[in-house]
Design a protein around this ligand. Structure first.
Ligand code: ADP
Length: 501
């Protein structure tokens, strides 16, 4: 590993997903790309996640020693493996097979395992023990979403005066729709039963995310708009009051994308490459995608892609209700996604009933196909009810594929709406989410494709030249880490903060 020539800022990035090891969504992308970008800035960022069944152990090394993780009345043993991301970023895998040697990360068929509370409490508690085994003490623990939200709680309570007394924490909300809610009677599993209910209890339940929001030194979300939205009752999912009470500590930092992995000039998943100066490779990708999907190979038909978890959040129910009407237009639609079983069944059935225009690949996670869809399609649809950041619209811009998005959260922040008088913009936005507006916005995109192809080309060029690299975001995170460190040293605990006038 290349070493840094000075004492760098040390950040332990705690996560339940990290691509390419384990991923179900955008958190996996962020958990590898951000530490890599931080490392490039000179931050000693390291990642920790569970050793899931799907992780290939032959590429990892076992570290000497055993972690003894105190949890409730027990001490649970865990081994630690080490792997690597690009640029020498170290990734630690916490091994405890009884919790993590399972075919899924969170649960079977998009559901949840019954012991997720103890699984992720264990992960969060192991993180607090890990520095002792490594002989490496982080300045900041960066936790992400409910699965690791207990790490800042442990840091601010049990560990307040321990070896990590000077360590600050940042909790990033990637999606406030998932909070880690469990029966309050199960709090014993966390070893935190003595806590004041104000922080971990929410409307009679145990709420891990709320605990993290109260106890983290600072907080962030993954776009500016979402950081404002989560403070409102429409988007805060019940935690808006907690977030409003910490409004000065809450930052909105737009995710970047991994521009090495997502580059149509070099993407190894594509049958042909292309760039803003020569788009012929994109036409080849489109033909390959049509063949792959079993759709007629028609270069000039507008092709719309969807790559999404099939959930209510993503507006997939509205797409389902509108699909047959949209397919009356001269379009082709391909959809890749996994999620709600009703949605999977619906899009599977639609593949049979509209086999000349629609192809759904449901139930699986397929990175190669995701890349081909980004490259081969002309448009990418994201009709999300809410979208903390969204990555696919940024991949699309880079691949010359025009996003059609609902104006919410990160989608609103990253896409400029098309102006058909001037040709300005980078995509098509709509506000109300219902079948009629969805049909209208797709109709607008399709008519632009046929009637104003020069505007389509201009928008493609504009999008392909935009910079969504992680460097600006990593710089902002670095500033927030330093702010958290300063804060931690001034205000050592949640209770002390509450006691301040
Ligand atoms: P979220 O995290 O809410 O699911 P994002 O847009 O932030 O949404 O990130 C989703 C990520 O997961 C993207 O990288 C997308 O390409 C990927 N993805 C989603 N579903 C699939 C799938 N079935 N196969 C491959 N990649 C997928």
């Amino acid at each position: 590993m290349p070493s840094l020539p000075y004492q760098p800022l040390r950040v332990l990035f705690v996560t339940s997903e990290c691509t390419p090891f384990a991923m179900t969504g955008g958190l996996g992308d962020v958990s590898s790309a951000l530490p890599i970008a931080l490392r490039s800035l000179g931050v000693d960022a390291r990642v920790v996640l569970p050793l899931y069944q799907g992780v290939d152990r032959s590429r990892l090394e076992l570290l000497p020693g055993t972690l003894m993780v105190p949890l409730g009345s027990a001490h649970i043993a865990a081994r630690v493996w080490r792997g690597w991301l690009r640029h020498g970023v170290q990734v630690y895998f916490i091994e405890h097979d009884a919790f993590f040697d399972r075919p899924a990360i969170y649960g079977p068929n998009g559901g949840a395992f019954g012991d997720n509370l103890v699984r992720f409490a264990f992960l969060s508690r192991a993180v607090i023990e890990l520095p002792r085994l490594l002989g490496w003490t982080p300045d900041v623990i960066h936790a992400n979403d409910w699965q690791t939200a207990l790490a800042p709680v442990y840091l601010d309570t049990i560990e307040r005066n321990g070896a990590l007394a000077r360590c600050a924490s940042l909790l990033t909300i990637h999606n406030i729709g998932y909070q880690g809610i469990f029966p309050i009677e199960e709090i014993g599993a966390t070893g935190l039963e003595f806590l004041h209910p104000r922080t971990l209890e929410h409307f009679g339940s145990l709420n891990l995310l709320k605990g993290g929001l109260c106890h983290s030194t600072l907080l962030s979300t993954v776009s500016r708009s979402y950081s404002r939205e989560v403070q409102t009752s429409a988007f805060g999912c019940g935690l808006e009051g907690v977030l409003r009470s910490r409004t000065d500590d809450l930052f909105g930092i737009l995710n970047g994308i991994d521009t090495e992995e997502w580059d149509p000039r070099t993407d190894p998943f594509l049958p042909a490459h292309y760039g803003v100066d020569s788009m012929t490779g994109k036409a080849e990708c489109k033909a390959a995608l049509q063949r792959n999907a079993g759709l007629p190979e028609r270069p000039y038909v507008p092709m719309i892609g969807v790559i999404s978890r099939l959930t209510h959040q993503k507006g997939m129910d509205v797409l389902a209700r509108t699909l047959s009407r949209i397919l009356e237009l001269d379009v082709q639609i391909v959809l890749l996604g996994a999620g709600d079983s009703d949605a999977e069944r619906f899009f599977d059935e639609a593949t049979r009933t509209h086999s000349d225009k629609f192809r759904g690949w449901v139930g699986g996670f397929d990175q190669r196909r995701a890349h081909l869809i980004e490259a081969g399609c002309d448009f990418l649809l994201m009709p999300s009810r809410y979208e903390p950041c969204g990555l696919n619209q940024m991949y699309s811009l880079r691949y010359g594929t025009l996003p059609i998005v609902r104006a919410t959260g990160g989608l609103d922040d990253t896409i400029d709406n098309y102006d058909e008088r001037t040709g300005e913009g980078t995509g098509f936005k709509f506000i109300d989410l219902n079948p009629s507006t969805l049909y209208d916005v797709i109709g607008w995109a399709v008519s632009t494709w046929y009637d104003r192809p020069h505007h389509v080309r201009q928008m493609q060029e504009r999008g392909m030249q935009m910079d969504f690299s992680w460097t600006p975001a990593a710089r902002q995170y670095e500033q927030v880490y330093y702010a958290a460190l300063r804060r931690r040293r001034q205000v050592p605990s949640f209770e002390a903060a509450q006691a301040q006038p």
